[in-house]
Design a protein. Structure first.
Length: 368
């Protein structure tokens, strides 16, 4: 693992940047934000180091960015999309300046935040292999930045990842955005301006964006970090990712530990690894039965030493206990029973049931 986990967020004073910084800090990352303006009081975080600089000014940017960072997340750019030149400069030229600076620095990954609007008139659902037909100078600037960075990756192995986001919304979003306007108008029983309603839009809540698969982005970055160390300097492919899990000597108790802590990202990957390595669903279910009965009895202060469960797991029972209430555990046990019956009495592929089951556990669904 890296000795120091450092993250630079371009646009860390914005809506998405604020939430990313907040979660990353909780995971022990050192976070620096660079933006054209100081953060609003609503989005200022004490432990974040804030740098004020315009990313379109390359000379000043070089002086400000005199350190190395493990990860750079580029959320920066002119947000009002009114001024064509400012939009082009911040989204294309700014991305170009940043990549040229970090091309000469030690960097694990440069994450470029693009837009679903880059696909333009392309038919949905969209995928990464589709051609883009951006309309409007904002989406064209985003698409130009994407093309430039991908070319830089091909020519000079610049470690870039492109994320094309759709309409994000949630707490602390600017009040002039659609969802906040609709909510405020409804609460005040007032009409709100709208079109004829013929457009299709895909809205994404900020928690779903930051808490990817129920686990936060910092954990996803930690996993990228592990893969980087595993694969060293060669290119990472999806097969590398699969084989890295296939070759791990993971046991069912590893799943107990991750699911007991409600660590969704790890739980999904450990479960997939067990299946890849030939472990069937039936012993996984029986072990989880014992695991949750152990936690349930710990609520009543009954000794857990009678269970034939890994001693490491037994020693952490207080950690797991803090994650669950009694009714939640009972609901999980009932669901396990249902999965067990289905696996033994039907031809249904119960592996397909396990991903949503794990998601519900880690998101606290059974405790509602």
């Amino acid at each position: 693992m890296l000795r120091a986990k450092t993250m630079l967020i371009i646009g860390g004073t914005g809506f998405i940047g604020y939430h990313l910084a907040r979660i990353a800090l909780k995971k022990g990352w050192s976070v620096t934000s660079i933006s054209k303006n100081k953060p609003k009081k609503l989005r200022k975080i004490k432990k974040v180091k804030y740098i004020v600089c315009d990313i379109t000014n390359k000379n000043k940017l070089k002086k400000k960015l005199n350190k190395n960072y493990n990860f750079v997340i580029n959320l920066g750019g002119y947000v009002d999309h009114v001024n064509k030149q400012k939009t082009y400069n911040s989204h294309y030229l700014g991305s170009k300046n940043l990549s040229e600076i970090f091309l000469r620095k030690k960097l694990i990954s440069f994450v470029q935040i693009g837009s679903g609007g880059e696909y333009g008139s392309a038919r949905s659902p969209h995928n990464e292999k589709m051609k883009t037909f951006p309309k409007g100078f904002y989406f064209k600037a985003k698409a130009m930045a994407t093309k430039y960075l991908l070319d830089l990756h091909k020519k000079k192995k610049f470690p870039v990842t492109i994320l094309r986001l759709y309409q994000a919304y949630g707490p602390k979003q600017d009040t002039n955005r659609l969802i906040p306007i609709v909510i405020k108008s409804c609460l005040k029983n007032k009409k709100f301006p709208c079109s004829t309603g013929i457009q299709y839009r895909d809205f994404l809540h900020i928690d779903d964006l930051i808490n990817s698969y129920g686990d936060n982005i910092a954990n996803v970055i930690n996993e990228i970090e592990k893969l980087f160390l595993i694969t060293r300097k060669r290119d990472i492919k999806i097969d590398d990712y699969k084989s890295s899990y296939k070759n791990r000597n993971l046991k069912v108790w590893n799943l107990m530990d991750s699911i007991g802590k409600k660590d969704l990202y790890t739980s999904i990957n450990v479960f997939d690894s067990l299946i890849i390595n030939g472990i069937s669903v039936i012993p996984i279910v029986s072990n989880l039965f014992a695991f949750y009965f152990m936690i349930l009895n710990s609520h009543d202060n009954i000794s857990v030493n009678d269970y034939r469960i890994n001693k490491t797991i037994q020693s952490k029972v207080k950690v797991y206990k803090s994650q669950y209430n009694e009714s939640e555990i009972l609901n999980i046990i009932i669901e396990l029973r249902n999965i067990d019956v289905l696996s033994k009495t039907t031809s249904l592929d119960t592996k397909l049931l396990f991903h949503p089951f794990i998601v519900k556990i880690c998101k606290g669904y059974y405790g509602l």
